[in-house]
Design a binder for this molecule. Sequence first.
Ligand code: SAM
Length: 317
Amino acid sequence: KHDDEEEDDGSPTKKQHGHGEKVATHYNTLQETGLAARSQSRIFYMRNFNNWLKSVLIGEILDTVRQSRRELSVLDLGCGKGGDLLKWRKGHISRLVCADIAAVSVEQCQVRYEYMRKRGHPNERIFSAEFITADCTKELLTDKLKDPKMEFDVTSCQFVYHYSFETQQQADLMLKNACERLRPGGYFIGTTPDAYELVKRVETLDSNSFGNEVFSVTFQKKGDYPLFGCQYDFNLEGVVNVPEFLVYFPLFEEMAKKYNMRLVFKKTFSQFFEEHIKNDQHKMLMQRMQALEVGINIHYQSKVWTPSHSRVFLYFF
Ligand code: SAM
């Protein structure tokens, strides 16, 4: 029994349980906007860029694990409304488990999945899926899986892991959820903001906040960056306005060793872009996804509202 499995009544009134509910409420009340409305948004291109990056990362990792297994199982940890469902479909996986703290998002994810299955070609074998609402920083997913012995080839945690760094116990439990059911040779992939970049930016300014007309990052306190619970508020054109926590990467890497994980690579979004844009197929996908504008901004480090302060990471077991 690990020390992260301490008794937990789930009460949000305890100090260390403060933010999960806020995060869930925030994502639950986000409106579903159609493609037309989304394309009007100033962050349209940035979201497209993020999607391009996730598509390439997921595609590459599925190709890698497929070299040793044909039928692939994936855990989408913090799946949201199912923004990556099409990527799993394109990657021809066999089984998907989607988990998120926000019940409404999980429902929307399930509706999307069922719609995808209904509309799919009768000859297409679309993966089977299971949907779990859980605070993955406090609840063990194995207790909620239909098959508690289920194993995964890939865990994908896209723009989520930083919510867990509120306390050591929460960060550890989310890591456990991500890794304990991975098969040997499986991968844990993800994207999370770059703590170095965030601190560097706020430290070079007089105020405790930085950003522009599109986004802002506000630290509660400057000059003091604890390893856990180092909170900042992130606002992106009203789309995200929730407390997040810095993830100190060397600590994260160290913590992952407990679950027999070894870091394969971590890269900033701009490094990832530079490396992958040389490939014609990835470049064409980027053009199709209308993401090139952001990509070029990252490449030349010109405008700062691009997601260049994000990092991609990849673990394997
Ligand atoms: N991964 C999806 C994507 O890339 O489109 C959604 C990313 S969204 C920025 C962050 C997601 O993390 C939200 O859906 C939120 O509900 C989920 N989340 C935050 N804290 C969580 C927790 N403790 N357990 C499970 N999910 C959590």
